[in-house]
Structures are given as structure tokens and as C-alpha cells.
Design a protein around this ligand. Structure first.
Ligand SMILES: [Zn+2]
Length: 379
């Protein structure tokens, strides 16, 4: 028997609104328009309109929560990030709740989702340029000639279907770090939209690696459909993960010239706050500003800033092993690709492209934030 989630139970109730807000906040943490952070590309509308997933309302953003859960289980990862595209028709759908419409507007305005006039082939295009897999409901029929990998590459085409716990993914295990990025040269430049307030290629996103749309061989802004200006080479970057007790909890990017301090509660606003993921002795032993990752011209370095020290494991990979090097007192230490940084036992920083295809363990469901959901057998 397959159980499907049905909601809302009490859509108009105050309690429900509060819980829906929590789920939407939880979903928001998995949305990005940064190619370097994303693990898959998705059309938000395709998922929100997928009524057969749960037999519920014609449109529901909560279905994105079912997708996040299903893909997290499929990949064995918690800190899943989705490069998210949405057509204008989704943002104006009359069946959205006022809350959903407001949240979508905020996601669009803050550049967490890429709003396009018409979605068309945008999802496979982003995947083609970046090498990322796609998440799909229908497999993009009619686009296989332009994107031959849509056919016969289950590791790049992840299909969302109804299943145990709300939804599941049919497909292979994507290659860590993605397939060959056909648009690597495109992604090696900084692009700017002529509209300075553009949420994905404007001033506030200087240097952020969103993905241009190609139109007759010219990079254009996917939102404004105007040619983008080439603003020079993009600084190199390395994507990291935070692993706590074997489970990936965060993904973050370290860019050349922009060091990232990791700790319980770093002073710098650009730091990675990990206090919320820590319990017991880890929470006591890890410093507020624990370690700094720096991408310099001469390589990648970790600098210990902590009270109790930082350990580098040489070549051990993300799940332990390797010779230990103890760092302390502001030491800068060069990191090789397979080295990991241990802030405390079980709390590890590793390069995202060195993760095994399927990692260990995953966290509780994002939909736990919506306890008023009911389950019923599928007819
Ligand atoms: Zn623009």
C-alpha cells in the first residue's frame, strides 16, 4: 500500500498557517541560483502543479518539500541544494494561497529562484551548461534531440513519482561534482545584467555564478531576456560540505579572496554558523570562530582560530581515516583535495566533489514541520 500525504487539513486555521510557514522556510534553505552550490536543476512549477503526487490542491508549494525529502533520501544527503527555475505563470497562479504567493515573490526578489517569462527548455539548458542532473516529472518530452543525455542517462534524469512517505525518485546516482559542464567557459566569466536591480545578474549578486541563457549564441539574462555584459573572469571557487556524525548538513562555497570562517557563531557575517548542528561535547569544544578556509593564489588553506585546536586528516576522505595533523594557534595549513578538516570528532569539513555518490545517513523529514498532514492509502 502506498501512502500519500494530503493537505491542507485545516488550511484556514491559525496553527496551520504557522506550520506551513515553517515548511516554506525549510524549503527555502534548499533553493539556490548558484551553479556552484546546486546538486540538481528543477522547474518549481512542474513540482508545484504535480497534483498526482499527493492528490491534493491543483498547485501547492509544499510538494517541493516532498521533492526535497525524496531527493535527500535518494542521494543520502541532507544539505540538498536545487537550482530552481520558475515561470511567471506559476507566480500568478490564482490557486496559490496568499502566503504561497507572497513567499514566491520574496524568493524571486531575493534571487533564490530564477524567474523566467517562459520555462520552455530552461531546466535542461541549465543542466547542460553546468553538468548537473535534472529533476523532472515528465522527462522533458520533445527536448531529447537538443539534449541527447535526457535519454538513456538515468544518473542525469531524476524522476519524481508518488511513493512511500509522499514521493520517491526514480533514477541513478549523479556523478559527484556533476557530469561534463558543456558551458564551462560560460561559467568561467562574471556576467552582468543591464538592469542593476536584477536579482540574479544585478549589482547585489556581483560574481555569483548563476547560469546565463543562450539565445542565438549570445548569453542573455534569463529573467529580462537582454544580453549580459561580460565583466571579466570569475574568481575560482571550491564547494565544501559540513558533515556532522556522517550526515551532510551544509554546503558552502569558498571563493578566491573571500575566506570563510566556520564556527559555532562566527563574528563575520560571511561566516558559516554551525552551532545549530552541534550537540554535547562538540557544542562545548568547537569555538565560535573555529577555522578559516582560504583560497589563495598558491592554493587552498585552513587556518586554525580555535581554543581547542583543529585536525587535518591527510587523504582520508570525508568519512574519516588518514594521517592526523594537529593545528593550533593561527597556523595556516595547505589542503590537498582529499584532505578533510576535523573541528571535533564527527564534525568534518570536506570538498563536495570528493563525497561518495551516496553518503551515509540523512536527517528527519522536512515535512515533519507540517504535523497536521494526514496520510491516506492511495486509491
Ligand atoms: Zn536581469
Amino acid at each position: 500500500m502506498v501512502a500519500v500525504a494530503v493537505y491542507p487539513v485545516r488550511w484556514g486555521g491559525e496553527d496551520m498557517r504557522f506550520e506551513v510557514t515553517q515548511v516554506l522556510d525549510a524549503i527555502e534553505r534548499h533553493l539556490t541560483t548558484e551553479a556552484a552550490l546546486a546538486q540538481a536543476v528543477v522547474d518549481l512549477g512542474q513540482i508545484a502543479w504535480y497534483g498526482a503526487l499527493d492528490g491534493g490542491r491543483p498547485v501547492s508549494l509544499l510538494r517541493v518539500g516532498l521533492l526535497v525529502d525524496a531527493l535527500s533520501r535518494h542521494l543520502g544527503q541532507d544539505a540538498l541544494m536545487l537550482y530552481t527555475v520558475a515561470g511567471r505563470d506559476l507566480l500568478t497562479d490564482a490557486d496559490l494561497t496568499p502566503k504561497e504567493r507572497m513567499v514566491l515573490g520574496r524568493w524571486a526578489g531575493d534571487g533564490m529562484i530564477e524567474v523566467v517569462p517562459v520555462v520552455a527548455d530552461r531546466v535542461p539548458e541549465v543542466a547542460d551548461i553546468t553538468g548537473l542532473p535534472v529533476v523532472t516529472v515528465d522527462g522533458f518530452p520533445g527536448l531529447e534531440r537538443r539534449y541527447p543525455w535526457l535519454r538513456g542517462m538515468p544518473e542525469r534524469v531524476l524522476q519524481l513519482v508518488p511513493g512511500e512517505g509522499g514521493a520517491r525518485i526514480i533514477g541513478g546516482q549523479p556523478t559527484p561534482g556533476g557530469a561534463e559542464a558543456r558551458g564551462a567557459s560560460l561559467l568561467s566569466r562574471v556576467w552582468r545584467c543591464s538592469r542593476r536591480d536584477c536579482p540574479i545578474f544585478g549589482d547585489m549578486r556581483a560574481g555569483s555564478p548563476a547560469v546565463p541563457r543562450m539565445k542565438a549564441g549570445v548569453p542573455v539574462c534569463p529573467r529580462h531576456d537582454e544580453p549580459l555584459q561580460n565583466a571579466g573572469p570569475r574568481p575560482p571557487s571550491v564547494t565544501f560540505v559540513l558533515i556532522v556524525d556522517g550526515s551532510v548538513r551544509e554546503r558552502f562555497v569558498v571563493r578566491a579572496g573571500r575566506p570563510v570562517v566556520v564556527g559555532r557563531s562566527p563574528d563575520e557575517p560571511t561566516g558559516l554558523v554551525i552551532g545549530g548542528h552541534l550537540e554535547g561535547t562538540a557544542a562545548q569544544m568547537i569555538s565560535r570562530n573555529h577555522a578559516r578556509l582560504e583560497l589563495r593564489e598558491d592554493g587552498l588553506f585552513v587556518v586554525d582560530l580555535s581554543t581547542n585546536g583543529t585536525v587535518v586528516r591527510k587523504g582520508g576522505g570525508p568519512y574519516g581515516g588518514g594521517e592526523q595533523v594537529q593545528l593550533s594557534g593561527g597556523t595556516a595549513y595547505p589542503l590537498e583535495p582529499n584532505d578533510t578538516v576535523e573541528l571535533h570528532s564527527g564534525v568534518v569539513l570536506a570538498r563536495a566533489d570528493r563525497l561518495p555518490a551516496t553518503s551515509q545517513g540523512h536527517r528527519a523529514s522536512i515535512m515533519d514541520d507540517a504535523p497536521t498532514m494526514t496520510m491516506r492509502p492511495q486509491l
